[in-house]
Ligand binder design. Structure first.
Ligand SMILES: [Zn+2]
Ligand SMILES: [Zn+2]
Length: 100
């Protein structure tokens, strides 16, 4: 038994009524259209947020993803004394280093 054909309001194709998806405002879409519009948001590659770091020894500023294991090492002088850079002025940082 052939099912009732319903016109998809997105692509205009006639599809079996059992396969349609009725969305908001009774908008009828076929499976094809529905699967195309939905996963776009889920499939977005997650880009880990980059964080800024600063080398305490040489003052070199660099940004790394927090997931990176190299985040704790200065790419310039290989110093391990690296800390998150919070955007303070160079003078503030110099004063802090002097106090330590
Ligand atoms: Zn469609
Ligand atoms: Zn350094």
């Amino acid at each position: 038994m052939v099912g009732v054909l319903v016109k998809c309001s997105k692509c205009g194709k006639h599809v079996e009524a059992s396969t349609i998806i009725i969305g908001k405002n009774k908008v009828i879409t076929c499976r094809n259209c529905n699967s195309q519009s939905n996963p776009a948001q889920d499939n977005k590659p997650k880009i880990p947020p980059k964080e800024k770091y600063e080398c305490v020894d040489c003052g070199y500023k660099f940004s790394r993803t927090s997931e990176s294991r190299l985040a704790s090492r200065c790419p310039y002088c290989s110093s391990l004394r690296v800390r998150p850079y919070v955007g303070r002025t160079a003078n503030d940082l110099l004063n802090e280093i002097d106090e330590v």
